[in-house]
Design a protein around this ligand. Structure first.
Ligand SMILES: Nc1ncnc2c1ncn2[C@@H]1O[C@H](COP(=O)(O)OP(=O)(O)OP(=O)(O)O)[C@@H](O)[C@H]1O
Length: 313
């Protein structure tokens, strides 16, 4: 896939550097409070993963960023202006869930139509290439597979050559190969200093693709930081070790090592869940136990995610 051009200088975000700013934003649907007094500042150049269980408020937040949902209270600013103005200027573009296409047109015609809306746009062929749709230019849009349609949504968003790109569950209908290609294109986009915001349920997409993780639950932010910070703050590390003498005394001594919260055993192999792996390993080394095959596994993002969202419910 091609490289993206550098971020254009004339689409600079607000003077203070925020690409997107939400201040005290709330949104209710009837009796349902979808978003509760949310404050969020996204700096230019950040790649932000928006995580949260079903109904947490991710799509509502994204809808407000692109001017499709109006907040009941608070202020939403995008590239230093209102979301709708930012969309009209092509400063922000989005790939949303399940958007339909106008019927009876080809892939190239539809991307060309999208390009004609914006003051500045990529060449149609370039957007089609970036989206991995080469060879499908003349295919009618109603004859695309689910994964091809998803790539077309991406082509329509990226043809705006936006400063900020918003993606709501972008890889939902893609197979493994297409997912890998999609993220390759996204990393190239982010590497040009542009801002990327994506909502996902696939936590394995966060590492390597997000510089920041924002976790939502019940319409509020319950976690915000670098992926490794989120893990460390909430997760526990697993220390695994084999001990030749598996008698009661060995198990008790392992349980008493600093930081150990829980212990499980399978034959000679012990799995220690620890809140402080360094302290656990240090004491293990001094314990006099006859151990081998030490493994230290970092906390998983899945576990951190569950901890954060369950605490909030
Ligand atoms: N148009 C609407 N009318 C009524 N309620 C809505 C509407 N849109 C969202 N909601 C409600 O607002 C809350 C937040 O929904 P939202 O779609 O923003 O969550 P989400 O985090 O994107 O969920 P998912 O992961 O399932 O897509 C939910 O309780 C949802 O039922």
């Amino acid at each position: 896939m091609n490289e993206f051009p550098s971020a254009p200088p004339d689409s600079a975000p607000s003077p203070d550097g925020a690409a997107i700013r939400l201040v005290g934003v709330s949104k209710s649907y009837g009796g349902v409070e979808a978003i509760r007094s949310l404050d969020l500042d996204l700096a230019r150049g950040e790649s932000v993963a928006l995580l949260g269980p079903n109904g947490a408020g991710k799509s509502t937040t994204i809808g407000m960023m692109v001017g499709l949902v109006t907040a009941d209270r608070g202020r939403v600013q995008v590239a230093g202006t209102s979301p709708r103005t930012a969309v009209a200027r092509g400063a922000i573009a989005a790939m949303l869930q399940d958007t339909g296409f106008m019927g009876g047109v080809t892939v190239a015609e539809l991307v060309g139509f999208a390009a004609s809306i914006y003051p500045r746009s990529l060449a149609v062929g370039r957007a089609i290439d970036l989206a991995g749709l080469i060879g499908l230019e003349r295919r009618r849009v109603d004859r695309l597979s689910g994964g091809q349609a998803q790539r077309l949504r991406f082509a329509i968003a990226v043809v705006a050559d936006p400063e900020i790109l918003i993606l709501d569950e972008p890889t939902r209908a893609l197979d493994v190969q297409a997912r890998a290609e999609f993220w390759e294109a996204m990393r190239a986009f982010a590497a040009t200093g542009r801002t990327l915001v994506f909502a996902t349920h696939y936590l394995d997409e966060v590492d390597g693709n997000a510089s920041r993780v924002v976790v939502l639950a019940n319409g509020s932010i319950v976690g915000d930081g670098r992926p490794d910070e989120i893990r460390r703050r909430t997760g526990t590390t697993m220390v695994r070790v084999s001990v030749a003498d598996t008698g009661f005394d060995s198990q008790r001594r392992l349980e008493e090592l600093a930081g150990v919260a829980e212990i499980a055993r399978s034959g000679e192999r012990f799995s220690l869940r620890t809140t402080d792996a360094d302290a656990t390993v240090r004491e293990l080394a001094l314990s006099g136990l006859s151990w081998r095959a030490l493994e230290v596994a970092p906390p998983s993002l899945d576990e951190s995610f569950l901890t954060l969202t369950q605490e909030a419910s």
